[in-house]
Write a protein that binds this ligand. Structure first.
Ligand SMILES: NC(=O)c1ccc[n+]([C@@H]2O[C@H](COP(=O)([O-])OP(=O)(O)OC[C@H]3O[C@@H](n4cnc5c(N)ncnc54)[C@H](OP(=O)(O)O)[C@@H]3O)[C@@H](O)[C@H]2O)c1
Length: 211
């Protein structure tokens, strides 16, 4: 079976070129387009030695550029409360921030900001559908899930993510940090179809369609 064409190239790219590389495919279905935006080490770890993604992406211009492109595109950025706490998330410039939590434990002051929306399950899981309803109610259909792995696993498991945009850094992180997809995540089989592969200073920037 022949594989569909994969766009390949090399960075650095300009902002306009990146917008083109990360344009939503024309055959997208109606409704929201949901992207996961991540960085991972070769061993699948989503954090570096300090327990944060910052030490993985430090010095990666390609990852910085891809991250900024997704943020520019997004109307809503969704994170789990763990990432909001760990990475010190605050209100974003140009897009809304949605923080998903079971416990309601979100960093002080965050929930009060008009551009931040906390979706709490009051002790239970919050489904992707519920978050997407919040987005639909505000007319947002460009959605980026920035993690962390627990939230991403739930969204991929529910079939709610259209594509994954991931930077693979050719390093081994080791340790016991979370994997990009948590061990408990169950998928129906191998999931994903590569649509672009960009090399940038030795890092790999991939786009893979998940549905
Ligand atoms: N490599 C990357 O690109 C990347 C991206 C993001 C984060 N990270 C790293 O990942 C680490 C955090 O990992 P993590 O998997 O714990 O992050 P996470 O998914 O952001 O946080 C887990 C917490 O988010 C909430 N949550 C997740 N799924 C939920 C659901 N379905 N329903 C309701 N609430 C839900 C819960 O919050 P409550 O505890 O409040 O109930 C849960 O305890 C951090 O060290 C961060 O630096 C890496």
């Amino acid at each position: 079976m022949s594989r569909p064409d994969v766009r390949t190239g090399r960075g650095p790219l300009t902002e306009a070129e990146l917008d083109d590389w990360y344009a939503v495919p024309p055959d997208r279905a109606a409704g929201p387009w949901v992207r996961g935006g991540f960085i991972t080490a070769l061993d699948g770890r989503a954090t570096g030695p300090d327990g944060r993604s910052g030490s993985l992406n430090e010095g990666s211009d390609g990852d910085g550029a891809a991250f900024a492109t997704l943020r520019r595109w997004a109307q809503a950025v969704v994170v789990g409360a763990g990432t909001a706490r760990e990475e010190g998330y605050g209100p974003l410039e140009g897009s809304a921030l949605i923080v998903v939590t079971r416990s309601g434990d979100v960093p002080a002051g965050l929930a009060e900001h008009p551009d931040v929306h906390v979706v709490s399950g009051d002790g239970a899981d919050v489904t992707p559908e519920r978050v997407l309803e919040v987005c639909a109610g505000r007319g947002w259909d460009r959605v980026v899930v920035e993690g962390g792995p627990a939230l991403f696993g739930a969204w991929v498991g529910a079939g709610a993510v259209d594509e994954l945009c991931v930077t693979v850094r050719p390093v081994l992180a080791g340790g016991d940090g979370p994997l990009l997809l948590p061990g408990a995540a169950t998928l129906p089989g191998l999931t994903g179809r590569l649509t672009h592969l960009l090399t940038w200073d030795g890092d790999l920037l991939l786009r893979t369609r998940l549905r």
